[in-house]
Design a protein around this ligand. Structure first.
Ligand code: APR
Length: 311
């Protein structure tokens, strides 16, 4: 018994490895990396453990193509699945990634029945439904990573536009993790000053549009989807859960009436702590934002409708 937390990351590719490294560097958890490709996770783990002696954290990462080592994890991050290629929407991945996320969830859930599952694979909102149905976990313990990433992108654009430090930008992006996501301008401030007082409507609209298409911008530059910001965003959720931080963060949670959405995973502010989603925080939205949330929910529902996984 080490007394340290145990975090499993499934998928040792770009996003999974970035997340695993971020978590390992915090030094509070043993990290298990799993990937279906033989030796791939073991190789990444070995490299990260050797990096530890340079940057100064405990080398506590194991990698495997099997799940035995994942037993008793506190948090399981699922990044397994195909990323986007240029010209693809996240929704184009639904059938391929449904099968992968379902099989991975089955393996991790029976070995770590008390874990909180953090889903990262796309299309994110739909993959949360798959993970919850297959695990049978209560809704509080299956949560998706999208809002922190989308908010990070929005915040970066705002910092550049206003010439401010990104540390002083307080923003929130809600809704589904697709091109109809909802950057909540009414709740966005820089150093406490509402964004609407700092720049023009036209410039705000441009930043909102760039945020909504932020993933696609990266795909067209990289030829695949992004990983540094997504991996770091997933690690922030792991921190909040493992360290019981009670952070209020935009995450993908199962809504049952909140924000007038019922029976659908979507991005909302949540209080994230040891129990997973401990509260869905209600934010006052403008009429326009409410309409955008409804439109985003309709888009998510369409993708969820394609799923064949049942609980
Ligand atoms: N079990 C375990 N690992 C798997 C499985 C499986 N059944 N199927 C695929 N994988 C692994 C792949 O072998 C690969 O190493 O998942 C990893 C995915 O890594 P990348 O291809 O680098 O993709 P990445 O950019 O990390 O994106 C992963 O996260 O952000 C989302 O849209 C993205 O759905 C994608 C996922």
């Amino acid at each position: 018994m080490t007394g340290r937390k145990k975090v499993t990351v499934v998928g040792a590719g770009n996003v999974g490895a970035t997340c695993a490294l971020e978590v390992a560097r915090r030094d509070y958890a043993d990290v298990v990396l799993v990937d279906i490709i033989p030796n791939f996770a073991a190789g990444k783990a070995l490299d990260m453990n050797q990096m530890a002696s340079v940057t100064g954290y405990e080398p506590a990462i194991v990698g495997s193509e099997r799940y035995d080592e994942t037993k008793g994890s506190d948090v399981v991050v699922i990044t397994a699945g195909k990323p986007r290629s240029p010209g693809m929407s996240r929704d184009d991945l639904v059938t391929t990634n449904e099968a992968i996320v379902a099989s991975v969830t089955k393996e991790v859930a029976r070995r770590s029945p008390k874990a909180v599952i953090v889903v990262v694979s796309n299309p994110l909102d739909a993959m949360c439904h798959v993970a919850q149905a297959v695990s049978g976990f209560p809704k509080e313990r299956v949560v998706g990573m999208a809002g922190i990433l989308d908010t990070a992108r929005f915040s970066a654009f705002i910092a550049w536009e206003t010439g401010s430090s990104v540390k002083d930008v307080q923003a929130m992006v809600l809704g589904g993790h697709g091109d109809q996501m909802v950057p909540v301008v009414s709740a966005t401030t820089v150093g406490g000053v509402p964004l609407e007082q700092l720049t023009t409507r036209g410039k705000i609209s441009k930043m909102v549009e760039r945020t909504r298409k932020g993933g696609g911008e990266l795909v067209s530059l990289l030829g695949t989807s992004a990983w540094y910001a997504p991996g770091a965003a997933a690690a922030q959720m792991v921190d909040a859960i493992c360290l019981d931080q009670k952070r209020v963060l935009p995450c993908t949670a199962l809504l049952e009436g909140e924000y007038s959405v019922d029976g659908l995973y979507m991005g909302v502010p949540v209080r994230l702590g040891a129990g997973g989603v401990e509260e869905i925080v209600k934010l006052k939205l403008s009429a326009q934002e409410k309409k955008m949330v409804r439109e985003s929910a309709a888009a998510v529902r369409e993708v969820v409708g394609v799923l064949t996984t049942t609980s």
